[in-house]
Design a protein around this ligand. Structure first.
Ligand code: ZN
Length: 145
């Protein structure tokens, strides 16, 4: 597998120094996710003010793709509304599954090559699925299987 193409600079950078890698004390939303296929686990904490995500953070252990995706996700959804975050997730999923010509930011477009590696799609979307569960107040652990 030609993983080298996946490990572009942004992904490497976020994997090396993940942003918002911490727990949030007194978080208003929390969810856990895991991707047994690869062994990635992630927890997402967030603080809402009305419909706005004022803070979001993650913790967990996983491959470079899952960690970088989680890190980038926290950067992108912080300060957005719940609806904006869910819509961004839809576009990101379209991008990594190659189902639509997704309009995404330059940073997210770094993940476009994931669509050529179907087993990596779950790594890339795990943090977003977990974010969605945290936003929707789901108490269940999200699993990609
Ligand atoms: Zn993975």
């Amino acid at each position: 597998m030609h993983t080298r193409e996946l490990y572009q600079q942004v992904i490497l950078d976020h994997n090396r120094s993940p942003r918002n890698f911490r727990a949030i004390e007194g978080a208003s939303g929390h969810a856990e996710g895991n991707n047994p296929l690869c062994g990635d686990t992630v927890t997402v904490d967030l603080t809402m003010d009305g419909e706005t995500i004022v803070d979001v953070a993650f913790q967990g252990a996983g491959c470079a793709i899952s960690t970088a995706s989680a890190s980038l996700m926290t950067e992108l959804v912080k300060g957005t509304s719940k609806d904006e975050a869910l819509s961004l997730f839809d576009r990101f999923r379209d991008l990594v599954t190659g189902t639509a010509d997704a309009q995404v930011s330059e940073k997210l477009s770094m993940f476009a090559s994931v669509k050529d590696y179907p087993t990596r799609v779950k790594c890339a979307t795990l943090a977003w699925q977990t974010l969605k569960a945290a936003l929707e107040g789901s108490q269940e652990t999200i699993t990609t299987e």
